[in-house]
Design a protein around this ligand. Structure first.
Ligand code: QUE
Length: 334
């Protein structure tokens, strides 16, 4: 079983159980997760839900490898995202306490399973990222919602660079809600399951983190569309901007252009509207060669040298991106 459900002491327990694939979420897991939430929502003996991953990680994202491997069959590229985004919304509306244990990798689809719950407990090894620009995709699962709600263009920085955030930044930005000492992981689960009590440890946020220290610079550099952003970065001669330029230079140019527009356009929108836009966008982006090439390069052949097309931002007309955002697919919510 790729996902395990248990009921114990008024607690619904969900375990993502694909440890060899860093618990990446496949469509069957997303379907049974959704069914179980509908069931527990109405089951009065269930008062709370805890979600965690088997092994050392929470969840590496959606199982995009299976989308690549079945790319010539095609219906999965539609059904997967429809199921996943509806699950994200369902979690946001779930009326009972919902806690996720963010140990190890927490990326993309894993973020979408947890960030709309009440508690996200980070620890010393938490590695959070929205890394989709590395595979020709864009920060989805409501990324356009929670990234556009972060202060000072920090969401655009996270979504474009795919940089990893650790506990320090996660608590600073409110992406994680509590910290726990990794040695107490079994105790934390036990206390929540048995008594509904959340044990957490004190954490002093250190403002020396590279991202927090550079927050005002990030705000200046990441203003505007992707062409503005790149020209801002190129004309700034700090070490941080050089490093940021190196990061962006490896990403899919079309992903960068789309992501900057997506996050800018999403400010002030509801999660539901953001997921709807992302779904329409997904149904264009997943059929581009960049998506298959990106996944192949990062997760299948692992040559880490994707050939993007267009290969340079200069060759993208950013005033002509609207077609990617049009509603051409049946909507998620009518
Ligand atoms: C960017 C991504 C993903 C990624 C790597 C990236 C992603 C994702 C996975 C992943 C990792 C391990 C697995 C798996 C998928 O990696 O979304 O099936 O076993 O799911 O650079 O967006």
């Amino acid at each position: 079983m790729d996902i395990i459900f248990e009921e114990k002491n008024n607690t619904g327990i969900i375990i993502l159980n694909r440890p060899k694939a860093l618990n990446a979420l496949n469509i069957d897991m997303a379907k049974s997760f959704s069914e179980k939430l509908y069931y527990w929502e109405n089951k009065s003996s269930i008062e709370r839900v805890i979600l965690f991953g088997e092994g050392k990680h929470f969840c590496a994202g959606g199982d995009v490898k299976s989308l690549y491997l079945t790319r010539n069959e095609n219906s999965l590229k539609k059904e997967f995202f429809e199921t996943e985004y509806k699950l994200n919304y369902l979690i946001s509306q779930f009326p009972k306490e919902f806690l996720s244990i963010w140990n190890g990798v927490v990326m993309g689809g894993g973020v979408g399973l947890s960030i709309y719950g009440d508690h996200r407990l980070a620890t010393s090894n938490t590695k959070f990222a929205m890394p989709e620009s590395a595979i020709g995709f864009f920060p989805d699962v409501g990324g356009s919602f929670f990234l556009s709600n972060l202060p000072k263009n920090i969401g655009k920085y996270i979504g474009l660079t795919g940089q990893v955030l650790e506990t320090n930044e996660l608590l600073y930005f409110g992406l994680a809600t509590e910290y726990f000492d990794i040695n107490k992981i079994d105790l934390i689960k036990e206390k929540f399951i048995n008594d509904g009590i959340i044990i957490s440890d004190k954490f002093e946020v250190n403002h020396e983190s590279e991202i927090i220290k550079n927050i005002n610079l990030i705000n200046e550099l990441f203003e505007g569309d992707i062409k503005n952003i790149l020209s801002n970065i190129e004309s700034n001669n700090s070490k941080f901007s050089q490093k940021t330029l190196d990061l962006l230079s490896k990403k899919c140019p079309m992903s960068l252009a789309i992501t900057a527009k997506l996050i800018d356009d999403s400010k002030g929108k509801s999660l539901k509207d953001c997921l709807e836009t992302e779904y329409q966008l997904s149904q264009k982006v997943v059929y581009r060669d960049d998506f298959d090439n990106g996944i192949n390069s990062v997760l299948v052949s692992k040559d880490h040298n994707p050939k993007w097309s267009p290969s340079n931002i200069r060759d993208i007309d950013i005033n002509n991106l609207d077609k990617y955002f049009e509603t051409n697919t049946e909507k998620l919510y009518q």
